[in-house]
Write a protein that binds this ligand. Structure first.
Ligand code: CDP
Length: 213
């Protein structure tokens, strides 16, 4: 069984997908973490991502996998680094590259092969698994999404977090993700849209579970 969960930043995809996975006893795959890991590698190795030859050569040096939902980049736990500002600021540009997407989509299909998995991302229901058994598209107002991310930053102890900067960064990523030429962020025609603006986490989880037979 494949469950696809797509939507913009801060709509609650990863929190909710993890909980649904636990309740159903299936695996969770965070595809955003994979694009983030590629971005981190490019930044750490000064890869010029406007140079496609350079990108292609370096993609071959990248190995991504997960152990208990922890992302590993070339065997190193990168769960913290991939959430940092430099990655946030560059991940949408890296994700817009066709060659990067090709490699990630291929890997996502391999990782999910013959398994029951809930995947969250931007193109799961449209491209990675157009025949997924269930498709959800989570949305919420940009102000509420920014508030959620701001709260997360404060909980992480980031005292310099600024809600206006977070909102700008989300709007910027939403814009690049939805307007890129290669497989932009888009609701699949047959996806169930859930507006999570005024729902708590449990309510969204219950709503999703109620559709699964
Ligand atoms: O958690 P958040 O929504 O902030 O982002 P994420 O799911 O970790 O994804 C980070 C970025 O990766 C997105 O802004 C997209 O640019 C890209 N992405 C993508 O293009 N396709 C996916 N399937 C998942 C993420």
């Amino acid at each position: 069984m494949i469950i696809a969960v797509d939507g913009p930043a801060g709509a609650g995809k990863s929190t909710i997908s993890k909980l649904v996975a636990k309740k159903l006893g299936i695996q969770y795959l965070d595809t955003g973490a994979m694009y983030r890991a590629v971005t981190l590698y490019f930044l750490e190795n000064n890869v010029d991502f406007s140079n496609i030859d350079e990108v292609e050569k370096n993609l071959d040096k990248i190995h991504i996998d997960f152990l208990n939902n922890i992302p590993f980049l070339n065997n190193i736990d990168v769960s913290k680094q991939i959430r940092e500002k430099n990655v946030n600021d560059n991940v949408s540009a890296v994700s817009a590259l066709a060659i990067v997407r090709e490699k990630m989509v291929d890997l996502q299909r391999k990782m999910s092969n013959n398994k029951s998995v809930i995947l969250d991302g931007r193109d799961i229901g449209t491209v990675v698994f157009p025949n997924a058994n269930y498709k959800f598209f989570l949305v919420a107002s940009v102000d509420l999404r920014a508030q959620r991310r701001y709260k997360e930053e404060l909980e992480k102890g980031n005292k310099s977090a600024n809600i206006d900067d977070i909102k700008k960064s989300i709007e910027n990523r939403d814009y690049i993700d939805s307007t890129r030429t290669v497989t932009p962020l888009k609701k699949a025609d047959d996806a169930i849209q859930i507006d999570t603006s005024y729902m708590n986490i449990e309510e969204v989880v219950e709503s999703i579970i109620s559709y699964i037979k």
